[in-house]
Ligand binder design. Structure first.
Ligand code: SF4
Length: 326
C-alpha cells in the first residue's frame, strides 16, 4: 500500500481545511481501503470524517426525507421512515453487499463507490478511468457485466450502487458543503457518464463534502420497490435491476418513477417508461408495453447482449409487483 497520512476531524470546517490541503475524505472505507490495498487508489492523505454530525435521518418540512451522508447503509435500510415512505430505498440497500459491509459503509460513500470493472481493479490492464489515455481493456475484453447504456468510446463500466438507482428513480438531491458554502445538486447531475473523461465520476468541486441525500416528498399513497437480478442470490452486483415507485389514485397511475441499474454507466432513469405509465390504468398489458421502452438507445457489447432483453423483463416484473397485478 502506498504511504499516506491520516487525520481524524471533528467538525466540518476542519474537514474542509484538511481537504484544501489535498486530503481525501474517508468514512466507512469499504471501497477506498480495498482500492488502496490494490494500489488502484494512492491518496497521500486521508481525512477521516466519521465523527462529523451527519448521521441522522430527518423528515423535511415538505415531507421528504433527508438522509445524512454518514448514516450507514444498514441504519438507513432499517429506519422506520425510510421503510414506510420509500421501501424502494430500504430494499435496494438490503440487497447490496453483505451485512458486515452494510454496517460499515455510509450513504455518502455508497453513491461515491467506484466501478467493479475487473480491468479497473487490475493495475496491469489498460483503463481510461484509472489512468486516463491508456485505453479500455473491457471494450475488446470480457464485457458480460458491463454497460449497454450511456457508454462511450472511452469507458463502458457500470455504476455499482443499488441505492443510487433508487435515488435516481425518486429524483433525489445531493447536499454538498465546500469552500464556497453549501449547494444542492440533482441526483441526475451528480454522477457523470464517462464521455471522454471517465476518470471524472461525480460533479464534485475540489474539497466538497457530501452532507446528505434528500428524497423529495412524493404524492401519497406511493408504492415502491426494488428488484435486483444477479448471478447468485447474495453478495453480488446487479446484472440488471429496477427501482419503481407508483402513485395510483382513482384506479389511474398519476405519477411513475422508474430507473434501472446494472445496465448504465450511471443509474439509468427511464423517462420513456414513466411516460407510458402516467394516465393509464394498471394492467398486465400496460406493464409489458411500458417495459418495452426500457432499453431505448442500448448499445450492447460482445458479451452482454442478453442485458437488453433482461432489462425489459426486469422492469416489467417489478412494475407488476409494485403495480399490484402480479
Ligand atoms: Fe476502465 Fe472503464 Fe474500460 Fe473498465 S470499462 S477498463 S473502468 S475504461
Amino acid at each position: 500500500m502506498h504511504p499516506f497520512t491520516y487525520t481524524r476531524v471533528s467538525d466540518t470546517r476542519e474537514a474542509l481545511n484538511a481537504a484544501r490541503r489535498g486530503g481525501r475524505y474517508i468514512a466507512g472505507g469499504t471501497t477506498l481501503v480495498d482500492l488502496m490495498r490494490e494500489t488502484v487508489e494512492r491518496p497521500e492523505a486521508l481525512v477521516d470524517i466519521g465523527a462529523l454530525p451527519l448521521d441522522k435521518v430527518t423528515v423535511t418540512e415538505r415531507g421528504g426525507l433527508r438522509i445524512g451522508a454518514l448514516v450507514t447503509m444498514s441504519e438507513a435500510a432499517a429506519h422506520p421512515k425510510v421503510r414506510t415512505l420509500y421501501p424502494v430505498v430500504s430494499e435496494a440497500l438490503e440487497l447490496s453487499a453483505s451485512a458486515q459491509l452494510r454496517n460499515m459503509a455510509t450513504i455518502g460513500g455508497n453513491i461515491m463507490q467506484r466501478t467493479r470493472c475487473a480491468y479497473f481493479r487490475d493495475v496491469t490492464a489498460a483503463c481510461n478511468r484509472r489512468e486516463p489515455g491508456t485505453g479500455c481493456a473491457a471494450r475488446e475484453g470480457f464485457n458480460r457485466t458491463h454497460a449497454i447504456l450511456g457508454t462511450s468510446a472511452s469507458c463502458v463500466a457500470t455504476h455499482p450502487s443499488d441505492a443510487a438507482v433508487a435515488f435516481a428513480a425518486l429524483e433525489a438531491t445531493v447536499h454538498l458543503l465546500g469552500p464556497d458554502g453549501e449547494r444542492r445538486i440533482a441526483f441526475a447531475d451528480f454522477l457523470l457518464p464517462p464521455g471522454s473523461t471517465p476518470n471524472r465520476e461525480q460533479a464534485l468541486r475540489q474539497g466538497e463534502l457530501i452532507t446528505a441525500v434528500e428524497i423529495p416528498a412524493l404524492p401519497r399513497p406511493l408504492k415502491s420497490g426494488y428488484l435486483k437480478v444477479r448471478d447468485r442470490q447474495s453478495y453480488e452486483f446487479a446484472l440488471t435491476s429496477a427501482a419503481v415507485a407508483l402513485h395510483v389514485r382513482g384506479g389511474v397511475i398519476r405519477e411513475a418513477r422508474v430507473a434501472a441499474g446494472g445496465v448504465g454507466t450511471v443509474p439509468w432513469k427511464l423517462p420513456a417508461v414513466e411516460r407510458h405509465l402516467v394516465g393509464e390504468r394498471p394492467s398486465d398489458s400496460l406493464w409489458t408495453a411500458a417495459a418495452a421502452q426500457a432499453a431505448q438507445g442500448a448499445r450492447p457489447l460482445q458479451h452482454n447482449r442478453f442485458k437488453v432483453e433482461l432489462l425489459k423483463r426486469t422492469v416489467e416484473r417489478q412494475l407488476r409487483v409494485v403495480g399490484g397485478t402480479k
